[in-house]
Design a protein around this ligand. Structure first.
Ligand SMILES: NC(=O)c1ccc[n+]([C@@H]2O[C@H](COP(=O)([O-])OP(=O)(O)OC[C@H]3O[C@@H](n4cnc5c(N)ncnc54)[C@H](OP(=O)(O)O)[C@@H]3O)[C@@H](O)[C@H]2O)c1
Length: 266
């Protein structure tokens, strides 16, 4: 399924739904009038209407006209939305961003004959730098369509549905973990003499640089990049080893495991 000339309906024009809308608008992947967004209270969506996007609170009608339906409501709204759209479903590709709702549950609720895909992005959607994990019960072609939508908003990876909770922790909660690390190194920089904006600028760009060394450096491994900056008996290895004595890697791993236990209890 090519995206050009396809109608996409986003049900739930909240934080995520609008971030995806903005990303799609910037991408030029589809014409603005092929995009419909829905929510119950339409105030605040005037800007989108001016750009030619259809805005409505009629989920059924919006689903009826769609080739692709992206669900971006809170999980507790799912049953209401499904009852709105169920009679309008035929051949549409359904993408769910709802945290914690398995593909098998979605297919049971929506109908076995529908093509269903789950996508778990993170808030870096807003700057087209999301990591979006995708699991799928759809054909390869339809899965590629979903990948192409989220590729304009960052990077994608297709994973097994049973790993989606782990993906939520590593990728979506991960935004908070990395921000806290940036904040902590910024605070360290302030103690060493920088003012807060200077320290944050250095910490942010250094974090981006470290990630880019791995992303743009082929098969680069973090430890081989660390070896390049750790002079024997030098300051970097002294600081790094002290961080490890204080439990840096262990704290991060235990934090991820704790988040994972929690998400499985919710
Ligand atoms: N935010 C993220 O970074 C993120 C990342 C990954 C996954 N998710 C998942 O994405 C989903 C949306 O998250 P969010 O942060 O965007 O939530 P949100 O800001 O609360 O947005 C949900 C939107 O759905 C609308 N809505 C509620 N009931 C509706 C209905 N019956 N029909 C149409 N629209 C309806 C709400 O507007 P009205 O009240 O006006 O209808 C609201 O604008 C959640 O399931 C979340 O787990 C979010």
């Amino acid at each position: 399924m090519e995206l050009t000339n396809k109608n996409i309906t986003i049900i739930g024009a909240g934080n995520l739904g609008l971030a995806i809308t903005n990303g799609l608008l910037k991408s030029g992947l589809l014409k603005n009038n092929n995009l419909t967004i829905t929510k119950r209270k339409l105030d605040g969506l005037e800007e989108f209407a001016k750009q030619g996007i259809k805005i409505t609170s009629d989920n059924r009608e919006a689903a009826n006209q769609a080739d692709i339906i992206l669900l971006a409501v809170q999980p507790q709204q799912l049953d209401t939305v499904i009852s709105d759209i169920k009679n309008a479903l035929n051949q549409q590709l359904i993408i769910s961003t709802l945290t914690g709702v398995k593909l098998s549950v979605l297919q049971n609720k929506l109908g076995q004959n529908l093509q269903v895909v789950r996508a778990m992005p993170n808030t870096a959607l807003a700057v087209q730098q999301s990591m979006t994990c995708i699991s799928t019960l759809a054909s390869q072609k339809n899965t590629q369509v979903v990948e192409s939508i989220f590729e304009v908003l960052g990077k994608t990876i297709v994973i097994e549905d049973e790993l989606m909770q782990a993906a939520t922790v590593l990728g979506a909660s991960g935004i908070a973990f990395w921000l806290r690390l940036i904040r902590a190194t910024t605070q360290g920089g302030i103690q060493l003499g920088f003012d807060a904006p200077e320290a944050q600028k250095i910490a942010v760009q250094t974090c981006l640089g470290a990630a880019s060394l791995l992303q743009n450096g082929g098969n680069a491994h973090p430890e081989s990049e660390i070896d390049k900056v750790t002079t024997p008996k030098g300051c970097t290895i002294s600081g790094l080893n002290e961080m490890e004595h204080q439990g840096l890697s262990s704290a991060l791993i235990q934090g991820l495991v704790t988040s994972f236990k929690k998400i499985n209890e919710i």
